[in-house]
Design a protein around this ligand. Structure first.
Ligand SMILES: Cc1cc2nc3c(=O)[nH]c(=O)nc-3n(C[C@H](O)[C@H](O)[C@H](O)COP(=O)(O)O)c2cc1C
Length: 243
C-alpha cells in the first residue's frame, strides 16, 4: 500500500536509539501553560466539590457513549466539577501546578472551550475555561447550537447536548520540547482529558460522548482560533440522560 502522511509521521517521529529528536530548548522560552482572554466578562464557577458517592469501579462499568439527552438543563456545579475533573488543577507546588490529567513533560498543551446551550444560571454562548482561575471567560453570547451541529458533521447529539466541550491544542507548548514527536503526546493528552470527562459525567448521572468527526476549520471559526498555532482536536458532549 502507498505510504501516506500518517504512516510517514509515525515513522519519522519514532525515537531511535542513538538519534536525538528532542532537546535544544531554551528555558527562557518555556511556554506559558495558560491562555487568558483580556477584557471579557468572567463567570465565576462554584468550587468543584465532590458531588457523587459513585466508586471508580462503578463509573468504569457504567461509562458508555450516550448520544441522546433530555431537555433538562445540567447544573452549574455539575459543569464546574466536570471542568475540574477533566483538566483542572489538582495540586499546586512551589513553582508548578499539576492537573487531574497527565501531560507529557507537564507542558499542558490542551485548552478547553464550551458551547453552552442548556446550563442553569449560565447564559448560552461560547466560553473559554481558565484553568488557573477555575472560571469561565465569555467569548460570545447567544445560541450556537446550529453552528456546532453543522461543524460536527450534523451529529444530532450536538443539538441535544446541554454543553459541548471543545478541546484544542496550542502546539508550541509541547513542540518547544518534543518537536515533531509532540503531536503524538498532544493527541494522547487530549484522550486522557476526555476520559476524565466521561468518568466524571458518568459519576454525576449524566450522559456524554466523544466526537472526533468534525470539520476542523468550522469548529475553529466558532471559537475564534487560527487553526495553525491553535486548533481543535476533539469534542465531548454532555447532557442529562433521556428518559
Ligand atoms: C477518538 C474517538 C472519536 C470518536 N468520535 C465519535 C464521533 O464523532 N461520533 C460518535 O457518535 N461517537 C464517537 N466516538 C465514540 C465511539 O463511537 C465509542 O466510544 C465506541 O463506539 C465504543 O462505545 P462506548 O464508548 O459506549 O464504549 C469516538 C470515540 C473516540 C475514542
Amino acid at each position: 500500500m502507498l505510504e501516506g502522511l500518517g504512516d510517514r509521521f509515525q515513522r519519522e517521529s519514532k525515537y531511535v536509539r542513538g538519534e536525538t529528536l528532542v532537546g535544544g530548548m531554551s528555558w527562557e522560552n518555556l511556554p506559558e501553560p495558560y491562555k487568558f482572554y483580556n477584557n471579557v466578562q468572567i463567570v465565576t464557577l462554584p468550587e468543584p466539590k465532590k458531588l457523587s458517592e459513585m466508586s471508580l469501579d462503578e463509573a468504569l462499568r457504567k461509562r458508555e457513549s450516550i448520544r441522546e439527552y433530555s431537555s433538562e438543563p445540567i447544573q452549574l456545579d455539575q459543569l464546574s466539577y466536570i471542568l475540574w475533573a477533566a483538566n483542572g488543577i489538582r495540586n499546586r507546588e512551589a513553582n508548578q501546578e499539576f492537573r487531574t490529567a497527565p501531560s507529557a513533560g507537564a507542558l499542558y498543551p490542551i485548552e478547553t472551550y464550551l458551547v453552552v446551550s442548556n446550563v442553569s444560571d449560565l447564559y448560552p454562548g461560547i466560553y473559554h475555561y481558565s484553568v488557573r482561575k477555575h472560571e469561565l471567560e465569555t467569548l460570545k453570547k447567544g445560541n450556537f447550537t446550529k453552528e456546532i451541529v453543522r461543524a460536527g458533521m450534523g451529529q444530532e447529539m450536538l443539538r441535544m447536548a446541554a454543553v459541548t466541550f471543545i478541546w484544542t491544542a496550542i502546539f508550541e507548548r509541547s513542540k518547544w520540547k518534543y518537536r515533531q514527536r509532540a503531536y503524538r503526546y498532544i493527541y494522547l493528552d487530549a484522550g486522557h482529558i476526555a476520559q476524565n470527562l466521561a468518568l466524571a459525567a458518568t459519576s454525576l448521572g449524566l450522559g456524554s460522548c466523544q466526537i472526533g468527526a468534525l470539520y476542523d476549520d468550522e469548529v475553529n471559526l466558532i471559537i475564534g482560533v487560527d487553526g495553525i498555532e491553535e486548533s481543535v482536536l476533539y469534542m465531548s458532549t454532555v447532557g442529562q440522560l433521556a428518559d
